[in-house]
Design a protein around this ligand. Structure first.
Ligand SMILES: NC(=O)c1ccc[n+]([C@@H]2O[C@H](COP(=O)([O-])OP(=O)(O)OC[C@H]3O[C@@H](n4cnc5c(N)ncnc54)[C@H](OP(=O)(O)O)[C@@H]3O)[C@@H](O)[C@H]2O)c1
Length: 264
C-alpha cells in the first residue's frame, strides 16, 4: 500500500469524475448498471464486472450508449467473473490500466431463511459472498488505487430495521458496514476513502425478484408506505455512489438512500 501526505482539493461535483476510471463490481444490472450509465454520461471510463457473460455483454452495450460518439473504444470494458475473487478484480484493473474508483454492488438474496432452517454452509456462503467480497475489493484497492481513490461498498436499511427470515443476509451486510469504517481508518494514510451506500427499496431486477413484487402495481403499492410515497429508481441510488466517489473529504460514512423509510 502506498502512502501519501495529501490529496488535491478538487471539485466535488460529479462532473469532476470526467476522465477518471471506475470499476463497478455488479455493474451488469440494477444500481451498478445505472452507476455505469451515469459515470459515462459525465465522461468517466467504466469497467463492468459481473458473472453472467450474456448480461455483461448487454450491459456494456447499454452503458456505451450513455457516452458520446467520439469516445474511445475502451471507454467501457466488461470483465466476466466473480467479483469476490481477487483475480477477477486484478484482471479488471489490468484491463483498465489505471483505476480511480471501485464500487461494489454485487450481491443478491443469498442467506435468506429462518435461523432454524439455515445450514452452517448457507450461513458461511452468505457471509463469504458479502464480507469476503468486500475484503477482496479492499485488498486490491489498497494495493492498486492511487491517492485520492475511493472504494464504495453497499448495504441496506435492513441492518437497522431487520425483518424475520433474513438473519444471515442482514448480519453479513451489517459486517460490511462495520468494515467500511474500519477500512476508512486503515486506508486513510494512503489517502484512499471508503464509504458505503445504505439502500432502501430500489426498483431493480433484484427487488422485482422478491415474491409478490414482480409487477409495476405491486412495486408501487410497496413504495406507498415510504415517506416519499414510492420506491427509489436505480439512478437515484447510483447517484449517491457517484457523490461518494467525487467528494474527496468524505470517508467512513454510510449514506442512506431510502425515501425516508428508515425514519418511520
Ligand atoms: N434493490 C434494492 O431494493 C436493494 C435494497 C437494499 C440493498 N440492495 C443491495 O444493493 C446491491 C445492488 O442491488 P441491485 O438491486 O442493483 O441488484 P441486481 O439488479 O440484482 O444487480 C446485482 C448485480 O450484481 C452482480 N453480481 C452478483 N453477485 C456477483 C458476484 N459475486 N460477482 C460479480 N457480480 C455479481 C449481478 O450479476 P451476475 O449475477 O451476472 O454476477 C448483477 O449484475 C446489492 O448488494 C443489494 O443487496 C438493494
Amino acid at each position: 500500500m502506498s502512502t501519501a501526505t495529501s490529496i488535491p482539493v478538487r471539485s466535488p461535483l460529479t462532473s469532476a469524475l470526467s476522465g477518471t476510471t471506475a470499476v463497478l463490481v455488479g455493474g451488469t444490472s440494477g444500481i451498478g448498471l445505472a452507476a455505469g450509465a451515469l459515470l459515462r454520461s459525465v465522461g468517466a471510463r467504466v469497467v463492468l464486472v459481473g458473472r453472467d457473460p450474456g448480461r455483461l455483454k448487454t450491459a456494456v452495450a447499454r452503458v456505451s450508449e450513455a457516452g458520446r460518439a467520439e469516445d474511445p473504444d475502451n471507454a467501457v470494458l466488461g470483465v466476466a467473473g466473480d467479483g469476490g475473487d481477487e483475480r477477477t478484480l486484478i484482471e479488471a484493473f489490468d484491463r483498465a490500466g489505471h483505476v480511480d474508483h471501485v464500487l461494489v454492488t454485487a450481491g443478491g438474496m443469498g442467506g435468506a431463511g429462518l435461523v432454524t432452517d439455515l445450514t452452517a454452509d448457507e450461513v458461511r456462503a452468505a457471509i463469504d459472498a458479502r464480507v469476503q467480497g468486500a475484503f477482496s475489493a479492499a485488498r486490491v484497492v489498497a494495493n492498486r488505487l492511487p491517492a485520492g481513490g475511493s472504494l464504495t461498498l453497499t448495504s441496506g436499511i435492513l441492518t437497522s430495521r431487520p425483518v424475520p427470515g433474513l438473519s444471515a443476509l442482514i448480519s453479513a451486510v451489517g459486517a460490511v458496514e462495520t468494515l467500511t469504517k474500519a477500512l476508512a481508518v486503515e486506508l486513510a494514510p494512503a489517502r484512499l476513502r471508503v464509504n458505503a451506500v445504505r439502500f432502501g427499496r430500489i426498483d431493480t431486477p433484484l427487488l422485482r425478484s422478491v415474491p409478490g413484487l414482480d409487477s409495476d402495481s405491486a412495486v408501487a403499492a410497496a413504495g406507498s408506505t415510504a415517506p416519499l410515497g414510492r420506491v427509489g429508481t436505480a439512478e437515484e441510488a447510483a447517484a449517491a455512489a457517484l457523490f461518494l466517489m467525487a467528494n474527496n473529504y468524505v470517508t467512513g460514512q454510510l449514506l442512506t438512500v431510502d425515501g425516508g423509510e428508515s425514519l418511520v
